[in-house]
Design a protein around this ligand. Structure first.
Ligand code: ZN
Length: 150
């Protein structure tokens, strides 16, 4: 496994729309492993491929230690409710803001074995899933921030 460099806000790669993964190659599996290591090293609870310079629809989320969710080609298939909580981003160090997000989401994605699965989450997990999937469409939390936290 290798630690990857995290792209910072201002780099236009963060504003690009990522392409779906068509085939899960050993390279994709290595990327997932490296992204998990990078996320943990940076003390983050999520990381999306564009944040390490790769424009593919891949993200990892870990809001509970040891419970990594690997997402390939993720899609939000259901959402409900609303929450306004604080968010930050490994690509935007030193800034936090209150965002408006759904309280519950269900995401459908592929795992590293190419199998379709669904994951549902509320509160922090819902925020993290939305945040990482937004990255795959070139969106940052600043776009849905309703108030900056100083
Ligand atoms: Zn982020």
């Amino acid at each position: 496994m290798a630690k990857l460099k995290i792209v910072k806000h201002g780099d236009e790669i963060l504003r690009k729309v990522c392409r779906p993964v068509e085939q899960i190659t050993p390279r994709i599996v290595t990327l997932l492993d490296d992204m998990i290591e990078t996320m943990r090293d940076a003390d983050g609870c999520g990381l999306a491929a564009p944040q390490v310079g790769i424009l593919r629809r891949i993200a990892v989320v870990e809001v509970e230690e040891g419970q990594v969710i690997e997402l390939i080609n993720p899609k939000i298939i259901a959402y409900a409710g609303e929450q306004r909580e604080q968010e930050g981003c490994l690509s935007i160090p030193g800034r936090w803001g209150i965002t408006k997000r759904p309280m519950h989401v269900t995401v459908r994605a592929l795992n590293r074995h190419g199998k379709v699965f669904e994951v549902s989450g509320s509160e922090l997990l819902a925020r993290a899933l939305c945040h990482e999937i937004d990255h795959l469409d070139g969106k940052l939390f600043l776009d849905c921030m309703i108030e900056e936290v100083k």
